[in-house]
Ligand binder design. Structure first.
Ligand SMILES: Nc1ncnc2c1ncn2[C@@H]1O[C@H](COP(=O)(O)OP(=O)(O)O)[C@@H](O)[C@H]1O
Ligand SMILES: [Mg+2]
Length: 356
């Protein structure tokens, strides 16, 4: 049908969360109303090649990676779309809207959003600044501090290190002076717990620093927060933003913390929506989620993650501007718990993109 609008779903990407993105994008693409939209599936390989995926099925079995049709976003605002190259011939394909279902670096960090701004194509989710600030755990802390303090929510105390300035033994001395073990070591720009470790002693701290620096040139060492791991979904735009209820992650007993395997492969890791939290912290968490979203100048969607301590104190952990959209992901589940079906959620996100 000629009168359908065109939406490009971007997926995969060059980050450590490539595989999760492929699963998320299948969920998202499958929920787009095809009576309104022509859906183009644009996969980015781990090596950074942009390919037109022939079908949802090719995303499922991975054969999209063998596609011989390349499709790259043109930064030229007059093209308003993709350069599609097939058999050595390139044509321009108009795109009305883009849904970048990309997690992590080179997708959730403002890079792809920058191309979309240049091209003047409406896109789902946060803009350049919100994406890049939220991607970087050190900058997030700086940007949200005042807004959180105003409502009595704290962040874990931390030390930040840059690889080129860091001598491991001196860094370990500084950490030991500031905190008691255990401490958490995290790359500033990663995700899905990649490169995150918990150190019980100096040896594991030194190993953890080395590991985190493999993922990024900047890292944080944080005091350990003991408490419930809770998340809140935010949805909205300039005309109003709402927070979902709260969800809790119950990591499997055998997982040291909610690490990558526990998050995505361990069936014993469960999520529950609307848990009973100490001190009735739910409302505070919802308030803080909106405050964080506003502080980073968020738009569209984000999942905001916290700890809730035994006494009901709320501690902000991180914000994800393109949260997971897999079948077990918290973001869609939190909205489902509020009666928002996946198809309606996806339609709302696309409508917000167009509104902006
Ligand atoms: N300061 C902390 N105290 C206790 N646990 C933490 C702390 N920081 C991180 N964690 C644990 O590590 C996991 C991954 O850290 P997180 O900051 O969420 O990074 P990622 O971007 O990889 O999701 C969290 O889900 C949590 O289980
Ligand atoms: Mg996290």
């Amino acid at each position: 049908m000629a009168d359908k609008k065109v939406i490009a779903v971007l997926f995969g990407g060059q980050s450590s969360e490539h595989d999760i993105s492929c699963i998320s994008a299948r969920t998202v693409a499958g929920a787009i109303d095809t009576s309104v939209w022509n859906v183009l599936l644009v996969g980015i390989t781990r090596e950074g090649r942009w390919l037109l995926a022939p079908s949802l099925a090719s995303m499922e079995d991975g054969t999209w990676r063998e596609s011989e049709v390349s499709a790259v976003l043109s930064p030229d605002a007059n093209d308003h779309g993709l350069y599609v190259t097939e058999n050595g011939r390139t044509r321009t394909v108009w795109v009305d809207t883009v849904f970048p279902v990309l997690h992590g670096l080179y997708g959730e960090d403002g890079t792809v959003q920058g191309i979309l701004e240049l091209a003047r194509i409406p896109y789902v989710g946060c803009g350049v600044l919100a994406s890049s600030v939220s991607m970087d755990k050190a900058y997030t802390k700086l940007v949200v501090q005042d807004a959180l303090e105003a409502i009595g929510v704290r962040q874990a105390r931390y030390l930040a290190f840059r690889r080129e300035e860091t001598e491991p033994e001196a860094a370990a001395d500084a950490v030991e002076k500031a905190f008691a073990y255990p401490v958490f070591i995290k790359p500033c720009n990663a995700g899905s717990s990649k490169g995150v470790t918990r150190a019980e002693d100096r040896a594991s701290l030194l190993a953890g620093l080395e590991e985190a620096f493999r993922h990024d040139r900047k890292l944080l060492v944080e005091e350990t927060i003991v408490g419930h791991e809770v998340e809140c979904a935010v949805l909205g735009g300039h005309s109003g933003v709402s927070a979902s209820g709260v969800g809790e992650i119950l990591a499997a007993e055998d997982a040291a913390f909610y690490d990558f395997d526990a998050k995505y492969y361990n069936a014993a890791s469960q999520t529950v929506t609307d848990p009973v939290l100490p001190g009735g912290a739910t409302e505070k968490i919802r308030e803080a989620a909106l405050a964080v979203f506003r502080a980073v100048d968020g738009f569209g969607l984000a999942r905001v993650d916290f700890f809730c301590e035994k006494d009901g104190s709320v501690v902000f952990n991180e914000i994800n501007t393109m949260p997971g959209f897999t079948a077990i992901s918290m973001y869609p589940q939190l909205w489902a718990a509020r009666g928002v079906k996946l198809t309606d959620l996806v339609a709302r996100l696309i409508a917000l993109a167009e509104e902006r």
